[in-house]
Design a binder for this molecule. Sequence first.
Ligand code: BGC
Length: 492
Amino acid sequence: MKKDFSKISFLSLFLLFSVAPQLIQARKNNSQMLTVKSTTFETNNTKMRRGINIGNALEAPNEGDWGVVIKDEYFKIIREAGFDTVRIPIRWSNHAGSVPPYKIDDNFFKRVDWVVNKSLEQGLITIINIHHYEEIMQKPEGHEDRFLALWKQISEHYRNYPDTLYFELLNEPNGALTSDIWNKFIEEAVSIIRETNPTRKIIIGPADWNSVYKLKELKVPEGDKNIIVTFHFYTPFEFTHQGAEWVSPSPPVGKKWIGNEAEQKQITDELDIAVRWATEHNNISLFMGEFGAYSKADMASRVRWTYFVAREAEKRNIAWAYWEFCSGFGAYDPVKNEWREDLLNALIPPPNKYYVSVDTEHGSILGSGWYNEGSYATIKISETSLGFLVQDVFDHFEGLGSRDIVIDARTVKVYVNGPRIIRAVWRKDYTMALLTTLGVGIILGVAILLYKMQRFSLLSVDFRNATLHSSLVLFSLHTFLRLGSLKLKQQR
Ligand code: BGC
């Protein structure tokens, strides 16, 4: 009791210096849902909806250079997980002559055939593209003929393949390959492909790394019903690419994605740019050919972001392909030979299951994960205070609803009626800092007093011993109070 009283008085002093909490005015999102109406995705009753990129394999300088060699079983694993589409990035430019006729290496073609066949055998819509043709981004005109020669050979080679094989002209045009030049290349490449593949689906995307903001500059070949438009989605880039070694400067790690209103709006606004553009262009089919968050971001944020982006795309009839299968963004763990369950669930949600997670600055959380709708998730925070002089003390859980049940100061039962995110609120506790300051003040005061008394010969004491003793007394008092407060917290 006594201790509590002293704490209260110290704390009330401290309140004078505390900062008033900021009120965040949540912005209301009144935007209406936009959707693309087109159904041209359908091929032989197969619908492109949910896909995955087998990245870092055939678009590496040589397959295996970036740690991924495509295995036969991957396609079955992918189909059985619920995907209907696979996008296979391919660096043809490394396996073709540099002078006319720019012949593609026969062995490389054989390897791609094997991969494409395995994928088609599993009934997957299979997209092949030209990926990492870096030279064309620097000197587009110098590579125009070669680019077209590549498509002439690829399209002739696959002319008799099922219509579930799709062609994507070029991954992420950027640099000197501006919209004007790119539009011309699109027209030329599409007309070459149409000589041998009159109705095959061809995917084209805007300049500036397939940015939605460049859709307005994209020219879609007229009168062709089998064109799909792609864009890539990595917003916010500081989150999805944190710690990415291939980005300079690399965004710092530690950025979370909680899914608050502002974060959600940033995503839906961008998706709506694509949908608005598509509705102005005959409801052309949209394909979000890459989206994903790098493994340096925390898993809970990746799951929340991936789930949100995928669901928002689906609501708008946008087909998608996650970046990527088993490498740095991987939804599949190639060492354990198993899916990273949380990410897979975010992409292909199990029926009636939702992700419950907690955003906390400190400590660890027990109980976050996927739960059945209508059940309760028991969430417990492991630590309740951290630090020495200024302590971070767990205060309460925020974001609870009327059906949630508080069990004790660190445990709550969360009712699962959709994706749930609970926030653990921590506050600063200055009690120890105050006690220590006070103790040091008293020691100094006593020392000065003793010193003065000794100086004026009022007292004859061993000054150093006295200071030492009083320090020891105060230190013991401090430790006693600290232990007492810890015990109290544990009991709560
Ligand atoms: C690139 C990859 C990269 C990914 C995410 C892809 O288009 O080809 O190398 O990892 O985007 O940045």
